[in-house]
Design a protein around this ligand. Structure first.
Ligand SMILES: C[S@@+](CC[C@H](N)C(=O)[O-])C[C@H]1O[C@@H](n2cnc3c(N)ncnc32)[C@H](O)[C@@H]1O
Length: 376
């Protein structure tokens, strides 16, 4: 407990330093970036458990290897067309990479390399430990990279990465639209609104028809990431999995408090100023924004579906059928995991899958049924 208090005091000193450099006002995207990625105190930079029952939240690959095994089937189709490698962004504990590699090996699918790009040194170590358990012929394909490769052929994967990108906050109150940032007041972090300076933020509010009070987010960092990925991708596909909405649902008049949320020990709260550095901070993804950013840099927007539809299109039910329902010890856990990945009340509908391609001529089978591109 004492350690926790001294840690929180140190984090406040850290923010005081950042705020002093910015005249006592940090836009929320900068605050979120420091809270998640400060080299010493950032949530993702600390060597603590984040995923699974011992951590703060659970992601689809941590639910079951059915997720990675099913994605591997989509990867196999793309690799047949593009050849090359897989580049995974933000690989977390390394479980998704491990499951995909094992399944591609079972399928005898040719893969040059499996590259992992991970900004957190602590998570890179977790990934190395996990990948290290694979057989020598599989793990020899894996390499960690600190920048995106040039002329990349193959697949770029991102599961729950876009929701971790820093967002700007916009607030509509009696004074009109303002940008919401963080200031220091009486030794505490507090919200402070300021006039909006950035044209790109003005551009978002110009199209909104909502009532006072209203708070929402804009992820400018997503545009930059899509641009960087596009510069890297010569031929192949980007597949992003995340929770979020299309523009009209993201900025729905009823969504008055936005989508920002914090995760700590499987509890969700909406106050990122309380104990920053100790909890994950995320915002839902505006998939229309991703699609426009991709289109603007010359990528084809190849498909957009709910996670359940994607997994069913890729054959998750065939994988499930390979388990003997009479063997309850093995069948029940896998059926329960499938239910979690697919059910509309858990991950099946809140999570979406979007794909951007270059030089791929065939439709991707993950998007063969119930594609919702028209909603973006
Ligand atoms: C919520 S975790 C998801 C981890 C893993 N993909 C999973 O599904 O279990 C977010 C991951 O994205 C990484 N991340 C955050 N910002 C990133 C960025 N700009 N580029 C690549 N990875 C990033 C984090 O370090 C972390 O590994």
């Amino acid at each position: 407990m004492t350690e926790d208090l001294s840690d929180q005091a140190a984090i406040l000193v850290m923010f005081k330093t950042y705020l002093a450099e910015k005249n006592n006002w940090l836009d929320f995207a900068s605050f979120m970036h420091h809270a998640l990625f400060d080299p010493q105190y950032g949530y993702y930079m600390r060597d603590t458990y984040k995923f699974g029952s011992r951590g703060d939240f659970i992601t689809a690959p941590e639910v079951s290897d059915l997720f990675g095994r099913t994605i591997a089937r989509q990867c196999a189709q793309i690799l047949q067309m593009s050849g090359g490698s897989i580049l995974e962004l933000g690989g977390g504990s390394g479980v998704l990479g491990s499951d995909i590699l094992l399944e591609l090996d079972r399928m005898d699918c040719s893969l040059d390399e499996y590259l992992l790009f991970e900004p957190s040194a602590a998570l890179t170590e977790r990934q190395k430990e996990r990948i290290g358990r694979l057989t020598p012929n599989i793990k020899s394909k894996v390499r960690w990279v600190s920048e995106f490769p040039k002329n990349f052929n193959g697949i770029i994967l991102a599961n729950e990465v876009f929701d971790a990108l820093p967002v700007h906050l916009l607030s509509l109150n009696a004074d009109g639209w303002q940008e919401r940032g963080v200031a220091l007041d009486n030794e505490s972090l507090t919200w402070q609104d300021r006039p909006i300076q950035d044209e790109r933020l003005h551009h978002v509010i110009d199209g909104l028809d909502v009532n006072t009070p209203y708070v929402t987010e804009v992820c400018l960092a997503a545009d930059s990431l899509i641009n960087e990925l596009s510069q890297s991708l010569n031929s192949g596909a980007i597949l992003a999995f995340d929770y979020g909405y299309e523009h009209c649902n993201y900025y729905h008049p009823d969504r008055r408090d936005g989508t920002l949320s914090c995760h700590y020990q499987h509890k969700v709260d909406s106050d990122p100023l309380e104990r920053p550095g100790h909890k994950d901070i995320t915002a839902h993804v505006d998939f229309s924004r991703l699609a426009h950013a991709a289109h603007d840099v010359g990528l084809e927007v190849a498909g957009y579906v709910g996670q359940a539809d994607f997994l069913v299109n890729c054959g998750i039910t065939d994988l499930l059928a390979s388990f003997d329902p009479d063997q309850l010890d093995t069948y029940l856990p896998v059926a329960s995991a499938a239910q979690k990945l697919l059910s509309p009340t858990t991950m099946g509908e809140m999570f979406k899958v979007i794909s951007f391609t270059r030089g791929i001529n065939e439709p991707l089978f993950g998007f063969s049924h119930r594609d919702r591109l028209h909603m973006l």
